[in-house]
Design a protein around this ligand. Structure first.
Ligand SMILES: O=C[C@H](O)COP(=O)(O)O
Length: 396
């Protein structure tokens, strides 16, 4: 499950975030940079206001003259009783030295190391953080107003970051001028939390006051985390099981078509040895029938975006070599069917470099039929158990 983190600057904003059912309250001074620290006294008073109703984190800064300064900044925040301390890490030797120093002095502190997507982040620092006992890692943007997280790293580049964190047992967060349309694109990666400030504020200005409607919009886009940490969000529900959480489908269901046509992407694909050595162009045509939006048809909340189709293709082809076009089209179809409003999907992939023309595969998958076939094979309970065993770490 993915939690929603909201950055606040005082107790009143913390109360607003709590009233809006935000999962995690982050304390920072946006006027002092990406990870601007609030005074420790103020952090202590906001932590007292939150009083354990939700987890808290606090930013300790992102530029330090020496590792000892980072240790001091973290120590001051740990003393406030905040649950997590976030510290910005530049790449190279400086970032590594700070990780080492913090690791040596951390005691029981739960540290989150923050890398910056717009500063060529050094993903090798993740191993170091894990070795030095950090609790988590996060990607954010350093220069606010100079692009969103996805402008600097697309979903295919973010997936290895999330995967590496998971392998290393690090809590994983993503942030960086995230906007509402980014949320459904990032949820399939299954980060532990998504962090927001600017998009929760009036006019999108991260220094401005929280805007209740903006907070509600983001909140609605992220399935709720239950108190025990589990939940029934789309990313955790398997599309083959019963359709729970999905739009009920019957003959009267009205659908709209969302499509991506003639997208050409270079991919490592094919069973021949020579096909391992170089990428070849593949043309994708995807048609998705979605249940017609009923509630918020004028904003992101009820919308299935074509971005999600393109992202699914990028994530799947970005993972490495794929032997068979059949595997490629099946995985794309499964990724698209994860989304609750999708009724059916047609996926066509054509290799363009094999002959003077194209060769490829086209499949159609319908949620209702797939669910019925799967349950028929195994029975509902057995199907659920089997899926638990065989499922890969993420649906994409
Ligand atoms: O930790 C999350 C950050 O406060 C995100 O801030 P931003 O959305 O303004 O980039």
């Amino acid at each position: 499950m993915t939690a929603m983190l909201a950055s606040v600057i005082n107790g009143a904003e913390a109360e607003t975030a709590l009233a809006s059912a935000v999962d995690m309250i982050d304390l920072k001074d946006p006027a002092r940079g990406a990870l601007g620290a609030l005074p420790a006294g103020l952090v202590a008073s906001i932590v007292a206001t939150v009083a354990g109703r939700k987890k808290t984190s606090a930013a300790a800064g992102d530029q330090f003259a020496a590792p000892a300064d980072a240790v001091e900044a973290a120590r001051a925040l740990v003393a406030t009783g905040v649950d997590f301390v976030k510290i910005g890490l530049q790449g190279g030797a400086a970032g590594a030295a700070i990780v080492d120093a913090l690791g040596a002095h951390k005691g029981d502190a739960a540290l989150i190391g923050v890398l910056f997507a717009d500063q060529n982040p050094d993903l090798d620092l993740l191993n170091r953080m894990a070795e030095r006992g950090f609790k988590g890692a996060m990607l954010d943007t350093f220069e606010k107003g100079a692009g969103r997280l996805l402008d600097h790293m697309d979903v295919a580049a973010l997936a290895p970051f999330v995967d590496r964190c998971r392998e290393l047992g690090l809590i994983c967060g993503l942030a960086g001028s995230l906007e509402a349309p980014d949320v459904p694109r990032l949820l399939p990666l299954r980060p532990d939390y998504l962090g927001f400030r600017g998009s929760l504020c009036k006019g999108g200005e991260r220094g401005g006051a929280l805007d209740l409607a903006a907070v509600a919009m983001i909140r609605d886009l992220i399935p709720h985390v239950a108190e025990n940490g589990s939940g029934a969000g789309a990313a955790d529900v398997d599309w083959r099981l019963l359709g729970r959480g999905y739009v009920p489908v019957n003959e009267a269901t009205e659908t709209d078509l969302i499509f991506v046509h003639d997208l050409i992407m270079p991919c490592f694909i094919g069973a021949y040895e020579y096909e391992r050595a170089r990428k070849q162009d593949v043309r994708f045509n995807i048609d998705v029938d979605v249940a017609r939006a009923r509630l918020h048809s004028d904003d992101m909340r009820d919308i299935f975006s074509y971005d999600l189709i393109v992202d699914a293709i990028k994530i799947i082809t970005g993972r490495g070599h794929i032997e068979l076009v059949e595997t490629l089209v099946r995985e794309i179809a499964e990724s698209v069917l994860v989304h609750p409003s999708v009724i059916s999907v047609r996926v066509r992939a054509e290799k363009l470099d094999v002959i003077r023309g194209s060769v490829g595969v086209e499949i159609k998958r319908e949620r209702a039929k797939e669910a019925a076939a799967f349950e028929g094979l195994f029975g509902v309970d057995a199907a659920a158990a089997k899926l638990k065993k065989t499922r890969s770490p993420r649906s994409h």
